[in-house]
Write a protein that binds this ligand. Structure first.
Ligand SMILES: Nc1nc2c(ncn2[C@@H]2O[C@H](COP(=O)(O)OP(=O)(O)OP(=O)(O)O)[C@@H](O)[C@H]2O)c(=O)[nH]1
Length: 344
């Protein structure tokens, strides 16, 4: 019982999804005496379900995060766990596979509302006793509630998008991980190591004050919600969309080429321009984007994207501008300061 309480205190002491994952698999592993415990994400891409391992613990070893770049490998079609696929289709909470040697693999999807995008997997050489199963289910319930709470604190209440604080955390983590690992971030702006990079786009609704003034704040709010929906449907599952504040949004685009980044951003911009907003009619957005360099400070990366956005705003709006192109064509100037570049 002491051990269970210790794990509960540990799990609920975290303010971070990764640490919560690590503590839940450590708790399950110890309390169930499992051979292996894993937590993975379940994502649907073009109608197909995939699983992606997030953290794992093997008997006798410490728990660890599953390190992988955001784009390549690491995902497996859910068909490798056919029992889990069937369980998800039934909206059920438990699936089991019995191996030829009698070993059990247990899957416990974490349902939040009618969505399960996280699952625990426990491998055990023999069947679990009903008491152990009861404890595991209890841990899963605490994990689900706490994940729900963390999710709530990371999101903007109007649009449901990730909020500014989450953006700050995720960009800092992305830069930190890239500086320790061989991730496809540009090392230096003039010498990219790969044609695939991470990108940051800042999006601002054009003349949004006019929408509020003419139609009122409720219609203004509805426009923001509909733009958030268009953002989520226009970008890919591995990209991250944030509401930065007011009528400004930020997208982190993962591992793609300049041409792809531009095409995806332009697809979104034109989706907004074509959309018939109830009552309000036509709304447009301007976008500034930049490649993320591991050597740049977050404030400099945002500053560059903002400069490109400002250029788009002051040259007609309803357009996408790429920071590096503006600089190389002489339309924006940079001044080298101590360790970053600044603009005037
Ligand atoms: N309805 C609504 N309005 C908001 C919200 N947050 C910020 N705003 C409004 O967004 C407007 C932003 O106006 P400005 O910064 O002047 O920019 P703009 O009118 O979009 O003009 P440009 O950016 O130059 O195209 C202000 O009127 C804010 O009150 C919100 O959550 N809901």
């Amino acid at each position: 019982m002491d051990s269970l309480l210790k794990h509960m205190v540990d799990m609920t002491g975290h303010r971070d999804h990764t640490m919560l994952d690590i503590s839940v698999i450590s708790a399950v592993q110890e309390l169930a005496g499992a051979a292996q415990t894993r937590v993975f994400s379940i994502a649907t891409v073009r109608g197909q379900q995939f699983i992606r391992s997030r953290a794992i613990i093997n008997s006798g070893s410490p728990a660890r995060m599953e390190a992988h770049s955001d784009h390549h490998g690491a995902s497996a079609p859910i068909l490798v766990c056919s029992e889990l696929k069937a369980c998800l289709a039934r909206h059920d909470t438990l699936a089991e596979r019995i191996g030829a040697d009698g070993a059990r693999t247990l899957w416990l999807p974490i349902w939040i509302g009618d969505k399960a995008d996280t699952c625990l997997e426990i491998v055990h050489p023999i069947p679990f006793s009903s008491d152990t199963l009861h404890v595991i289910k209890g841990i899963v319930s605490v994990y689900r509630n706490f994940q729900n709470l963390l999710d709530y604190s990371e999101r903007d209440s109007l649009t449901g998008l990730l909020n500014r604080k989450t953006f700050d955390d995720q960009l800092a983590k992305m830069l930190q991980a890239a500086s320790h690992a061989d991730m496809p971030l540009a090392q230096e702006r003039r010498h990219p190591v790969s044609t695939e990079k991470q990108w940051l786009a800042v999006i601002d609704v054009d003349h949004f004050k006019l929408v509020n003034d003419k139609f009122g704040h409720l219609y203004g709010d509805e426009v923001l919600i509909l733009i958030a929906n268009l953002l989520q449907s226009s970008f890919r599952a591995q990209d991250r969309v944030f509401r930065f504040g007011g009528e400004e949004f930020v997208v982190l685009l993962r591992s793609t080429s300049l041409d792809n980044a531009r095409r995806i951003i332009e697809r979104f911009r034109s989706n907004v321009a074509k959309y018939d907003f109830p009552q309000v009619g036509n709304v447009t957005v301007s976008v500034g984007f930049v490649s993320i360099c591991v050597s740049d400070a977050p404030v400099a990366i945002l500053g560059h994207a903002d400069q490109a956005l400002y250029y788009a705003k002051s040259h007609g709006r309803n357009q996408t501008c790429h920071y590096d192109e503006l600089v190389s064509s002489g339309l924006l100037a940079t001044v080298a300061s101590n360790d970053t570049a600044e603009f005037f």
